[in-house]
Ligand binder design. Structure first.
Ligand SMILES: *[C@@H]1O[C@H](CO)[C@@H](O)[C@H](O)[C@H]1NC(C)=O
Ligand SMILES: *[C@@H]1O[C@H](CO)[C@@H](O)[C@H](O)[C@H]1NC(C)=O
Ligand SMILES: *[C@@H]1O[C@H](CO)[C@@H](O)[C@H](O)[C@H]1NC(C)=O
Length: 981
């Protein structure tokens, strides 16, 4: 009764109020309008039109992204993923008293979050994730009604305000991962949030063990705590989380077995515990029959893969590489759903390849390298048109390769190396339009190489060595313009080498040894400007060695054991000592002892050749050369001379080159200094034959005065160190990449070493950007330099036997050739020239002020990601034209802080771009700047790997309007799921 009366009364009153206070309502509208217009002026949206209808003549409730309640009060602001820049005016926003949802995720917002945010007490949904904020997360304890909180991947640092979060017991979603927070143990506050069904704490510096109370959060559907420092075992309590649909534990230090009872989590669809130290068998997985994705790669699991997995009806991704698993794969594996990929490489698996993984026609990757699989390649894969990778190398597969495999239209690598496979390469290969690499070595493949191979026009590598191929090489092979490596060694090929091979312009490595090839060496090979290795040994080649080969700059030539005759061309003669020409009875020479003298008086042979002592081939014996004859250097003191030039020099040599160490030593003079680097002076040496070299002089101890007095790092004394130095130099000199400077050889004495490099006529990027010889580099040149040097660094990180961390990436270590092609220089030197280095060489501190990653501050353990930081600084230099440290940045500020202080508005972002860059390229430059910002993230784990930097840079190609993916899709982390190969 009472209730009813009350109700009546209120409705009466509201009618009166409505008519009476109408002007009041308008002023409320005005206030909302003012607030929203303030937001509009603070935020910018470069290429979208979100704010176009945010104008005073319009009702706020009609503004894009605004939702009102029935009283026309603003209830929701939904502006996520709109390319917004600027900083957020929280004090204005929180004047909207009815606001329940504020969604600004996936933009490019920056600045600190002011404590005004806590005035938004009515918020239920707050999304600030995937932005470029800085500073700490302020207290949120006033937002008692908050159910959804997204702050992930947004640049927040410092300490997570757990005290303010633990009272938010209504939280259903808590997503604060991917931020560079201070390291903390697993926060107990989370144990109070019993309504959570989504917890995203990936990549947030959490250490210690996973707490047992995790089992109390029984509403959890998604638990992501990957990429932290979690150790110990996975607690058995996790098995109480019966609603779990996704469990992500990858990249921690977890050990022990999968907990007993994991089998109860039958709702689990996504399970990833990769890259931990887990062991034991996989029997708990047997009952998880709703799994869509199972990823347990890089652990120590043993035992067999449970047969039940063959009946998992939803399984799509299956990655267990690098474990110690044995036994066969379930034969019906992947045959039910739209299966995508399998990677079980590097285990001890046996039995046949499951035949039906591509039954639904969706499979993209089949990776089963390095196991003991037997049987044939199932015919079914010959029809699997979606396959991008087919890699089954290093197994015991046998039988004929199904002919359709050769013609898979989307495959980019076919790798069946080191098996017992038979049959020909079929003409189907003409359909393989995107195949780049064919690894077929070490099988029993036979037949002729089909002329249709020329239609596989993307081919860059063909390795057919050690098979039973026969017949002639098709002359169509000359059409393969991208071919850079061709290895045909150890087959039964006959006939002549096609002249057309000379039109494979990209050819770098040509090897056809141990066949029955006959006829002459085509003169056309002399036009292969990029050729580095040429091995035609052990064939039946006849005729003269074409003079045209003289123009090549080869690292290796082997024409031994053929029937060649005539004069060995002069410039090739220097290699004769390595047996390059032996076993050809009719070859002659004017100078080489082991060959008969040429009868005709063709002469022209330089007698200098006899005095040439060259850097010989890799692995050859070092020569001791006494250099007592030195009379040198007017400038330096007599003692100085004595201290190094009169020593005996040890030539460690790696590439075939024609110069004498006298020539080199003679040029080590102040007049020829072209650079003074951290590890020593660099000299230009012009050889008589016209070749220019760059020579770096590094001191091993401090017994010398003069030029080395700078901050030059030195090798500790003693032969042991010298040996390490030599070993390191040897390793470095074997690196070959178009964007990595070539190290030809080292010449060492007891107290110093000379490193002989190829010479880069355009000097360093630093010089071109900042020094007196500054040049106007246009954006396309800068972009090409960015991409090229990224590729060089990527190669050092990922392309070598072991990753090479540069440790001193900077613009002065990026050298430019005559066409401004960039090469990375000085790699690895920081390590080998370090004094007092501890045993663990990854602890060596190196680098240059302005380029040094912040983790140096709190740890001396560095990895590739420190190089990525430094590279980000180089990208900023390219975009802004500024040095890493400039007065104008203000006290104690570097370029990274300066850039981040300028992300407020589109105008200020554009003002960062070097004024020398043409207006129409500025947007393109901003794209690269975004990558630079990502590379210079404070937390190493947030920085991309170099291979991703390369990808992103490729997408930022000028004038191609491809956006850079900075924001991640949802808050599920992107990760490398496939095999590292
Ligand atoms: C929180 O929600 C309740 C129930 O919907 C509501 O009555 C209360 O006003 C809200 N609190 C704030 C501060 O808006
Ligand atoms: C977890 O739940 C158990 C049983 O309800 C309770 O005794 C324990 O205190 C809880 N742990 C935490 C940390 O809240
Ligand atoms: C954001 O910018 C990118 C690239 O400039 C563009 O492709 C994308 O469509 C923009 N997003 C929106 C929502 O307009």
């Amino acid at each position: 009764m009472e209730k009813k009366t009350f109700f009546k009364t209120t409705s009466h009153i509201s009618i009166i109020f409505l008519t009476f206070f109408l002007p009041m309502a308008t002023s409320n509208d005005d206030q909302q309008l003012n607030t929203l217009l303030t937001i509009k002026t603070s935020l910018n949206s470069p290429n979208t039109h979100v704010f176009d209808n945010w104008i005073s003549s319009n009702s706020v409730c009609k503004f894009t992204g605004i939702l009102c309640d029935i009283n026309n009060m603003v209830l929701e602001i939904e502006l996520s993923n709109k390319n917004l820049t600027g900083s957020v005016p929280f004090s204005s926003i929180c004047e909207l008293k009815s606001l329940e949802k504020l969604s600004l995720g996936k933009n490019m917002l920056h600045g600190e979050i002011s404590s005004d945010l806590s005035k938004c007490v009515g918020l239920k949904y707050l999304d600030l994730g995937n932005n470029f904020f800085s500073g700490e997360i302020p207290s949120l304890s006033s937002m008692k009604n908050l159910t959804h909180l997204y702050m992930n991947c947004s640049g927040f640092s410092g300490i997570i305000p757990w005290n303010s979060l633990e009272s938010l017991t209504g939280l259903v979603v808590l997503s604060i991962g991917d931020n560079p927070f201070h390291q903390t143990p697993f926060p107990e506050a989370v144990s109070r949030l019993l309504n959570l069904n989504w917890l995203y704490l990936t990549n947030c510096s959490i250490g210690g063990e996973i707490p047992r109370w995790i089992g109390n959060l029984t509403e959890l559907i998604n638990l992501e705590i990957a990429m932290n420092y979690l150790s110990g075992e996975i607690p058995v309590e996790i098995t109480k989380l019966r609603k779990l649909w996704q469990l992500e534990l990858y990249q921690n230090d977890l050990t022990g077995k999968l907990p007993v009872g994991l089998r109860n989590l039958t709702n689990l669809e996504y399970f990833d515990a990769s890259s931990n130290k887990l062991y034991g068998d996989l029997s708990e997985i047997r009952f998880l029959n709703n799994l869509v994705s199972l990823q347990l790669l890089e652990n120590e699991f043993t035992g067999e893969i449970p047969q039940e997995l063959g009946d998992f009806k939803k399984l799509v991704d299956f990655s267990l590489y690098q474990n110690k698993l044995t036994g066969p794969l379930p034969q019906r594996l992947g045959s039910w759903a739209e299966f995508d990929f399998i990677d079980v490489s590097e285990n001890f698996l046996t039995g046949p390849i499951p035949p039906d993984m591509c039954r639904k026609g969706t499979m993209t990757k089949l990776l089963m390298l390095q196991n003991n699989f037997t049987g044939t390649i199932p015919e079914s894969y010959a029809n699997c048109k979606t396959l991008i990778r087919f890699r089954v190398s290093k197994n015991q597969l046998s039988g004929v390769v199904p002919s359709g495999i050769w013609g898979l239209p989307n495959v980019d690598i076919i790798d069946i190396e080191s098996n017992d496979l038979e049959g020909p390469i079929s003409a189907d290969i003409s359909n393989a339009k995107v195949v780049k690499q064919l690894y077929l070595a070490n099988n029993k493949l036979s037949g002729e190489i089909p002329s249709e191979i020329s239609k596989a026009e993307a081919l860059s590598l063909i390795d057919l060595s050690d098979n039973q191929f026969s017949g002639k090489l098709p002359s169509s092979i000359g059409e393969l313009k991208k071919l850079s490596n061709i290895h045909l060694d150890g087959n039964q090929l006959s006939g002549s080498i096609p002249e057309s091979l000379g039109s494979c312009d990209s050819l770098n490595d040509l090897s056809m040894a141990f066949n029955s090839l006959s006829g002459p060496i085509p003169a056309s090979l002399g036009s292969l400007k990029n050729l580095n290795f040429l091995n035609l040994s052990n064939n039946k080649l006849s005729g003269r060695i074409p003079e045209s080969l003289s123009s090549l700059k080869l690292n290796l030539i082997d024409l031994s054991d053929n029937d060649l005759s005539g004069l060995i061309p002069a410039s090739l003669s220097v290699m004769a000592s390595n047996g390059s020409f032996s076993g050809n009875d009719d070859l002659c020479s004017h100078t080489l002892k082991n060959f008969k003298q040429c009868s005709s008086a063709k002469s022209g042979m330089s007698s200098d050749l006899r005095t040439l002592i060259v850097c010989v081939l890799i692995g050859s014996i070092a020569m001791l050369v006494s250099l007592a004859l030195f009379i040198y250097s007017k400038r330096s003191s007599k003692e100085h001379e004595k201290s190094w030039k009169e020593n005996s020099w040890d030539v460690k040599s790696f590439h075939v080159l024609t110069f004498t160490e006298e020539e080199i030593l003679a040029a080590i003079d102040q007049d020829n200094v072209i650079g003074k680097g951290g590890s020593g002076n660099v000299y230009k040496v012009s050889l008589e034959n016209g070749l220019d070299l760059a020579v770096k002089h590094i001191w091993h101890n401090d017994s010398c005065g003069g030029e080395k007095k700078s901050s030059t790092p030195m090798l500790a004394k003693g032969g042991q160190k010298l040996k390490e130095f030599d070993a390191e130099v040897h390793a470095l000199s074997s690196i070959r990449h178009i964007n990595v400077v070539k190290l030809y050889c080292s010449i060492s004495s007891e107290d110093s070493s000379l490193l002989v490099y190829e010479y880069m006529p355009n000097g360093s990027l630093w010089d071109r950007l900042h020094m007196f010889k500054k040049m106007e580099l246009d954006w396309s040149t800068r972009y090409a330099i960015a991409l090229g040097s990224a590729k060089g660094l990527e190669y050092l990180h990922h392309g070598c036997e072991r990753p090479i961390i540069h440790r001193d990436v900077k613009s002065s270590n990026i050298l430019l050739d005559e066409l401004f092609k960039p090469t990375i220089a000085d790699f690895g030197l920081a390590k080998i020239t370090q004094t007092n280095s501890t045993k663990d060489s990854t602890h060596v501190i190196a680098g240059t002020h302005g380029y040094i990653a912040p983790e140096y501050g709190y740890t001396n353990k560095i990895n590739e990601k420190s190089d990525v930081y430094s590279f980000g600084v180089v990208l900023m230099e390219l975009v802004t034209g500024k040095r890493p440290i400039e007065q104008e940045f203000g006290e104690k500020k570097d370029i990274v802080e300066w850039v981040s202080s300028k992300l407020k508005t589109k105008e200020s972002v554009l003002s960062l771009v070097d004024s020398a860059i043409a207006e129409h390229f500025k947007e393109d430059a901003i794209k690269v700047l975004r990558i630079a910002i990502l590379c210079t993230s404070t937390l190493p784990a947030v920085r991309p790997m170099m291979r991703n930097v390369v990808k992103m840079l490729e997408e930022a190609e000028p004038c191609k309007l491809v956006g850079i993916v900075i924001a991640k899709d949802g808050d599920k982390k992107d990760k490398l799921q496939e095999h590292k190969l």
